[in-house]
Design a protein around this ligand. Structure first.
Ligand SMILES: Nc1ncnc2c1ncn2[C@@H]1O[C@H](COP(=O)(O)OP(=O)(O)OP(=O)(O)O)[C@@H](O)[C@H]1O
Ligand SMILES: Cc1ncsc1CCO
Ligand SMILES: [Mg+2]
Length: 273
């Protein structure tokens, strides 16, 4: 698609379908993000389920419409459950998203992320530094942990390589969100810088991507771009009412819940890169 108008219409069509179908999204995620992630999914129209015990995954994961795996507060005992969930999702042909939080921060985290990447997530969504760490396959001596020290727009080629190597769609968040399947790349120019001052907004947008690919699993790039754009649009509207990060968090959730067709048509900014 070349026309910005088509992307806007598609974003609205995706949101409408999501609200109608209310997909069940399983999240195996870090302790920091659980609350915001579940609330973002609910306000968009999806059903969140924070289910991470290996004892129930073989029975529960076949019932979900998509899965989001996030390694933010990873310990060795969580990894087997993540792998069983990914395996189950693959077997059941359900899309899943990997959020490689702070992939370059330590060898333990990097190894876990690369192992999960090898299980072929439908989409990998990370910040610039996380995507770069996965491509290089090496720990970053100057890592800032969960925060990025790279601009998303500077890692477009790295994201393309990662998509080619992994077979996953790769999404890099930042001032411009980038989504690529290894051939084409699209840029999403929505969002506000203050999102970086609210913890787990990246984690939450990854879960939102899972909800969008659940309702359009055959168009991973398009569904991912819609999710990133609409989250950004909600933050722009929320920012008009916010006094700082805490109130933006609240208004972001309200704005996502209230998104209407006119707002989506006026604000969605997705273009080919
Ligand atoms: N400079 C910016 N301007 C506008 N939006 C931004 C900017 N930086 C990040 N965002 C938006 O903030 C959201 C979170 O992206 P970010 O890159 O901060 O994720 P992250 O580092 O994984 O976050 P976390 O680890 O806290 O969950 C995304 O929707 C992204 O588009
Ligand atoms: C702050 C933090 N630490 C581990 S996960 C997480 C949430 C944002 O990625
Ligand atoms: Mg993150």
């Amino acid at each position: 698609m070349d026309n910005p108008e088509e992307w806007r219409q598609q974003a609205w069509a995706h949101l409408t379908k999501l609200r109608q179908e209310c997909p069940l999204v399983q999240c195996i995620t870090n302790f920091v993000s659980m609350d915001l992630m579940a609330n973002v999914l609910l306000s968009a129209g999806a059903s969140p389920a924070m289910v991470h015990s290996i004892d129930e995954i073989p029975e529960f994961t076949p019932k979900v419409h998509a899965l989001c795996i996030n390694v933010g507060t990873l310990t060795p005992d969580w990894l087997p459950a993540m792998k069983v969930a990914a395996e189950t999702a693959n077997k059941e042909r359900k899309p899943w998203v990997l959020d490689p939080v702070a992939a370059g921060a330590s060898s333990f985290r990097l190894k876990a992320c690369l192992e999960l990447l090898g299980m072929k997530p439908s989409v990998v969504r990370g910040n610039g530094s996380e995507i770069l760490a996965l491509v290089k396959g090496s720990v970053d001596p100057n890592s800032k942990g969960v925060d990025s020290r790279h601009e998303s727009i500077d890692v477009v080629e790295a994201a393309k390589s990662l998509a080619q190597l992994s077979g996953s769609v790769v999404a890099v968040s930042g001032a411009v969100d980038v989504v690529t399947d290894g051939q084409q790349a699209v840029g999403i120019r929505n969002g506000v810088a203050m999102l970086q001052k609210i913890t787990a907004t990246g984690c939450s947008v990854s879960a939102l991507v899972a909800a969008f690919v659940a309702i359009d699993p055959l168009h991973l790039v398009e569904a991912t771009a819609s999710a990133l754009s609409l989250f950004g649009v909600a933050s722009e509207i929320g920012m008009d009412m916010a006094k700082g990060p805490a109130s933006l968090r609240m208004h972001l959730i309200d704005s996502l819940y209230g998104l209407d067709q006119g707002t989506v048509f006026n604000r969605v900014k997705i273009t080919k890169l």
